[in-house]
Design a protein around this ligand. Structure first.
Ligand code: SF4
Length: 193
């Protein structure tokens, strides 16, 4: 059984010809899932969801001092349809929870969520009737960033952790790569082809 290639490798082996490819031909060999995961992980477009004071720290990440652009995530989107990762920055009130869920549902797959700060992750100091005691009661959270408020560096570290998580995920099938939205209609077309 052929060995599965899991990382990007450059053809620079002692073998002059590898599968019909001559050495020195600037060829990269990898799997589609590795390539797609690398592209997705290093171009995460965040959805702005500033709810309270944590949002100020989130805004700082794109400023020159922290420069989130170094990690490919500086393009904050104001519409869920163009975003990959929702950053919940601040306390989530029960009144806002259905709105957050609706916006999450409008994001295309694949999508991820970062819970930023003590309030978003656990209600923080607001243990009362008005605040949701953890955003994971409303949407699935991938990374929790602790702190009150977390520093911009901490949020960047959270984004780096999310990148690692995306790159670790293995696709079990072609459909698992989520290259297209697999609706019953597209599945029908695929079967015909
Ligand atoms: S964690 Fe602290 S800084 Fe963040 S929203 Fe709550 S009170 Fe504000």
């Amino acid at each position: 059984m052929p060995k599965k290639i899991e990382t990007v490798v450059f053809h620079d082996s002692s073998t002059p010809v590898l599968g019909g490819i001559e050495k020195g031909g600037n060829v990269v060999i990898t799997t589609a899932e590795t390539l797609i995961a690398q592209a997705r992980a290093h171009a995460l477009w965040p959805l702005t969801f500033g709810l309270a004071c944590c949002a100020i720290e989130m805004m700082s990440t794109v400023a020159s001092r922290f420069d989130l652009a170094r990690f490919g995530s500086e393009a904050f989107r104001a519409t869920p349809r163009q975003a990959d990762v929702m950053i919940i920055a601040g306390r989530l009130s029960k009144k806002m929870a259905p709105v957050l869920r609706q916006i999450y549902d409008q994001m295309p797959e694949p999508k991820w969520v970062i819970s930023m700060g003590a309030c978003a992750s656990s209600g923080g100091v607001y243990n009362n009737y008005a605040i949701v005691q953890g955003a994971d009661q409303v949407v699935p959270v991938d990374v929790y960033v602790p702190g009150c408020p977390p520093s911009p560096d901490a949020l960047i570290y959270g984004i780096m952790k999310l990148q690692e998580k995306i790159k670790r995920k293995k696709a079990k099938s072609f459909g698992d790569l989520r290259l297209i939205e697999l609706t019953p209609r597209t599945l029908e077309t695929e079967v015909k082809v």
